[in-house]
Design a protein around this ligand. Structure first.
Ligand code: ADE
Length: 225
């Protein structure tokens, strides 16, 4: 998979991809991440990328020219499956959407800023709009990092234990069951006995029960379907 991220603040995207699972995925050649500085695509003298909104109103709006130039250049090099704009009024990200996006090959993520982007970008250049939650961030960069993380960990070979993404919370509309590690007793707090019983079938049943109980308690909305 290849992910191109277009942003006015490229430095914000340096650290999320340079550690742990996301770094390993790149080192293994399972994903390529390219961050593009929007300012480099501006054709005016000041290299500006934003302007006042027509009709007035507070806040600056990202202009269409540098975004169009960057997207066009990328599209001249390869075909893209989706061009996603991160915005609080997009479709709310969930595991199902991440699963679907993880099957794609080439992806552009456009990060919004200020008061957003010129609507013509959304109407003509973007294929999909995604929000990472019902709150407003200062820009789309953290949203792009969240989306990329949730997608990259699903790519075959990224996680060491192939089954581990499948047992994530939400994969089957259930929250993950509790987990414990050594010591089996700490300051009087004991690990449930069943987990040290060695009875794999009973452990599997217990985990399923716990996942169901946890979901019923914390996220009953997930059980509706
Ligand atoms: N940009 C600003 N807020 C956002 C959100 N909640 N999701 C995605 N992109 C955003």
């Amino acid at each position: 998979m290849r992910i191109d991220i277009i942003t006015a603040l490229p430095s914000l995207l340096e650290s999320p991809f340079n550690d742990s699972i996301l770094k390993r995925a790149q080192d293994r050649g399972l994903v390529e991440i390219h961050v593009h500085d929007l300012r480099k695509y501006s054709e005016n003298k000041q290299k500006s990328i934003d302007d006042y909104a027509f009709g007035g109103g507070a806040g600056m709006v990202l202009t269409i020219q540098p975004i169009d130039k960057c997207i066009s250049q990328l599209q001249s090099e390869r075909d893209y499956d989706e061009i996603i704009y991160l915005t609080p009024d997009g479709d709310l990200l969930n595991q199902q959407i991440s699963n679907q996006i993880s099957t794609l090959k080439n992806l552009i993520l456009l990060c919004g800023h200020y008061k957003g982007v010129d609507q013509r970008v959304r109407d003509h250049l973007i294929t999909r709009e995604i929000s990472i939650g019902d709150y407003v961030l200062s820009g789309g960069e953290l949203g792009a990092a969240v989306l990329a993380d949730s997608v990259i960990r699903l790519l075959p070979g990224v996680l060491n234990d192939e089954t581990s993404a499948l047992t994530d919370s939400f994969q089957d509309n259930l929250l993950a069951p509790p987990v414990y590690t050594r010591p089996s007793e700490y300051k009087g707090m004991k690990v449930p006995e069943i987990l040290t019983s060695g009875n794999l079938k009973a452990i599997e049943d217990w985990r399923m029960d716990q996942a169901f109980e946890r979901t019923k308690l914390k996220r009953p909305d997930l059980l509706k379907d």
